[in-house]
Design a protein around this ligand. Structure first.
Ligand SMILES: [Zn+2]
Ligand SMILES: [Zn+2]
Length: 231
């Protein structure tokens, strides 16, 4: 005879919080996240099933293993993790805990996850982020992204917050947070976008145009015949 823990049957799936690095596929067509510790090698999509990170043949989570998705109950507990130097560029995720889960004092370990909202911190320069740009590291086939303002892009591979949400799919919301100025970038047709989203997109376009014109000017300095006069 086995003793069993009482099983919870919540009417609504629980909500949790965690931090992760936003990732963009090499071809730029898919967006996802990768964990900051256990399982960090495997990028996951907005809606994803956990598998054992040790390759063991059991369903995750298993009581005898520490695999499965992890999250904490409190937003502030997850936010605190963003203070450490190596997590500064990570984003805060609000997730819905789906499937089987194991409840702990501080959070859950569970089988299936839907990321509902990603809150993106400020650019390294302190300005509210308008985009997620190449962070300079990644996994095989995936580039890690970090928050960037329009002025700090400098021609790096990047996606706007709305663009990241669109690539990630599943109605993910991507929010630029920090302080009083909060801009929200959602998914969907342009008529759903408000002034903050459009202003962020405009700032991005302007930065891209500035960079583009600087490159053109540089080519132009090399003299005619090098493409300086071509539109
Ligand atoms: Zn396992
Ligand atoms: Zn910046």
């Amino acid at each position: 005879m086995r003793l069993r823990l009482p099983e919870e049957r919540p009417t609504e799936p629980p909500t949790g919080y965690k931090i992760a690095h936003p990732m963009l596929s090499q071809d730029g067509t898919r967006a996802g996240f990768t964990g900051v510790s256990l399982g960090g090698a495997l990028p996951y999509g907005v809606l994803a099933d956990a598998s054992c990170v040790y390759g063991l043949r059991h369903r995750a989570p298993s009581r005898r293993c520490d695999c499965g998705f992890h999250c904490v109950h409190d937003r502030t507990t997850a936010e605190a993790l963003l203070c450490t130097a190596e997590h500064r560029a990570a984003v805060l995720l609000e997730v819905t805990v789906l499937g089987r889960y194991i409840r702990f004092e501080r959070g859950f370990r569970y089988a299936r996850q839907r990321v509902r909202t990603a809150t993106v911190g400020a650019c390294a320069c302190g300005t509210v982020a308008a985009a997620l740009a190449d962070a300079g590291w990644g996994r095989s086939g995936w580039r890690a992204l970090a928050p960037s303002c329009a002025g700090c892009l400098h021609g790096r591979t990047s996606v706007s917050l709305a663009g990241f949400a669109r690539l990630a799919g599943e109605r993910l919301r991507v929010v630029a947070g920090r302080g009083a100025s909060v801009a929200m970038a959602g998914l969907g047709p342009a008529d759903d976008l408000g002034v903050p989203e459009l202003a962020a997109e405009a700032a991005l376009l302007q930065a891209r145009l500035d960079w583009f014109q600087a490159q053109l000017a540089r080519l132009g300095e090399r003299g005619p015949g090098e493409g300086g006069r071509r539109g």
